[in-house]
Design a protein around this ligand. Structure first.
Ligand SMILES: *[C@@H]1O[C@H](CO)[C@@H](O)[C@H](O)[C@H]1NC(C)=O
Ligand SMILES: [Ca+2]
Length: 351
C-alpha cells in the first residue's frame, strides 16, 4: 500500500517555495501573533468526512439505496475508478453526493485521471467539480446545467477560444454564480472566472490531484500534477461567500472530441476553524453565493477574511519588513565587501 498522502494542502503548500527572508518574517510574525492568528494551523485539525467522500472501491455506489452518491449518464463505476465519460464522442456523465454539506470550512481533495487516444489538442472537453444548490441536473456545462447556483471548478482540456492564446490548455478555473451568470464555452469561461492556471494533466502515468479549500471566505485551489507529492497554488481569492447545505458533485462531457474522464477519489476534510459568535449566529444556509472582489487574486489586497498574506500593511508590519530588508542589505553589503576585497587581493597578485 502506498504511504499515506500528506493530507493538508495548506501546510504542505505553505512549507514550499518560501524564501529565507520570508521565513524569518513568518517566524517573527508567528512568535508575536500566534494567539491572534490561531487559524493558521487549522490544517492540523482536519478530519475526513466519510459521508461526503468517494473512496475506492465505492461500496454500494449506484446499487444500494443507502448510497451517499448518485450517478447519471455515461458514468461507469468500477472498483478502481468512476468513469464519468468513456473516450467516445458526445458523452456526459456525473456523480453527486446525496448528503448536503453543512461544514463551514472544508477542503476537498480530488484524485482524477484524464486520458485517451486523442493526439495533442484533439481531445475534450474536461471535468467540472461542483458545490451547488442543486444536484443531478444535466446540461451543457461539462455535463451539468448552466445558470447553476454555487461553486464550480473547471478542468478544461479543450481550447474553444482561439483568441485566448495567452493561456495554455488544459486550464483550471473557478466560477461562483448565484444563478444569473451563464458559462460561456466559446470563451472557455473567461468572462466569469475568478482565476485559473494551466496544468498538464492529460495522459499521465502518475496520479493527478486537485484540492479545493474554502475557509473564512477564502477560496484556494491547489494542484498536484507533477508527481512530486507537493501542492502548487492555482487560485487564491478572498471575499468569496458560499452557503452551507449545498451538494458536491463531479461531471464531465465529451463532444466531437473525447477522453476518458475518471474520478479516482473525492476526499472531504473538515477544517477546524473558529468563528466569531456573530458569524456563528448567522444562518449559513441562507447565504447567496457571491464574490466581493472580481479581480485578479494577486492584487486582491483588501481581503476581509484576515489572511495575513493579503491584508494591507499596517505600521509594525512595515517596520518588520523594513527590518528584514535592512538585514538583507547589510548581509549583501558584507558579502559584497568580502568578495570585493578578495578580488582586490587577487588582482594585486596578478599585477
Ligand atoms: C446575482 O448577482 C448579480 C451580481 O452581483 C446581481 O446583479 C443579481 O441581481 C443576482 N441575481 C440573483 C438571482 O440574485
Ligand atoms: Ca473549453
Amino acid at each position: 500500500m502506498a504511504p499515506e498522502r500528506k493530507r493538508s494542502a495548506f501546510l504542505s503548500y505553505s512549507q514550499g517555495g518560501v524564501c529565507k527572508m520570508c521565513h524569518i518574517f513568518l517566524l517573527l510574525w508567528l512568535l508575536h501573533f500566534s494567539s491572534v492568528y490561531s487559524d493558521i494551523t487549522d490544517g492540523n485539525a482536519e478530519h475526513l468526512k466519510r459521508e461526503h467522500s468517494l473512496i475506492k472501491p465505492y461500496q454500494g455506489v449506484g446499487t444500494s439505496s443507502s448510497s451517499q452518491w448518485d450517478f447519471w449518464g455515461s458514468t461507469l463505476v468500477t472498483s478502481q475508478y468512476v468513469r464519468l465519460t468513456p473516450d467516445e464522442r458526445s458523452k456526459q456523465g456525473s456523480i453527486w453526493n446525496t448528503v448536503p454539506c453543512y461544514l463551514k470550512d472544508w477542503e476537498m481533495h480530488v484524485q482524477f485521471k484524464v486520458h485517451g487516444s486523442g493526439k495533442k489538442n484533439l481531445h475534450g472537453d474536461g471535468i467540472a467539480i461542483w458545490y451547488t444548490k442543486e444536484r443531478l441536473h444535466p446540461g451543457p456545462v461539462f455535463g451539468n446545467q448552466d445558470h447553476f447556483v454555487g461553486l464550480a471548478i473547471f478542468v478544461d482540456t479543450f481550447r474553444n477560444d482561439l483568441h485566448g492564446m495567452d493561456r495554455s490548455f488544459p486550464y483550471i478555473s473557478a466560477m461562483v454564480s448565484n444563478g444569473s451568470f451563464a458559462y460561456d464555452h466559446g470563451k472557455d469561461g473567461r468572462s466569469t472566472e475568478l482565476g485559473g492556471c494551466s496544468a498538464e494533466i492529460r495522459n499521465k502515468d502518475h496520479d493527478t490531484y486537485l484540492a479545493i479549500r474554502y475557509s473564512k471566505g477564502r477560496l484556494t485551489i491547489m494542484v498536484d500534477v507533477d508527481d512530486r507529492n507537493e501542492w502548487k497554488e492555482c487560485i487564491d481569492i478572498g471575499g468569496v461567500r458560499l452557503p452551507t447545505g449545498y451538494y458536491f458533485g463531479a461531471s464531465a462531457a465529451t463532444g466531437d472530441l473525447s477522453d476518458n474522464h475518471d474520478i479516482i477519489s473525492m476526499k472531504m476534510y473538515q477544517l477546524m476553524v473558529e468563528h466569531t459568535p456573530e458569524e456563528d449566529s448567522q444562518d449559513w444556509t441562507k447565504i447567496e453565493p457571491s464574490v466581493s472582489l472580481l479581480k485578479s487574486p494577486k492584487d486582491n489586497i483588501d481581503d476581509p477574511t484576515g489572511n495575513f498574506r493579503s491584508t494591507p500593511l499596517t505600521g509594525w508590519k512595515v517596520f518588520l519588513l523594513l527590518l528584514c530588508a535592512l538585514l538583507g542589505i547589510v548581509v549583501c553589503a558584507v558579502v559584497g565587501a568580502v568578495v570585493f576585497q578578495k578580488r582586490q587581493e587577487r588582482n594585486k597578485r596578478f599585477y
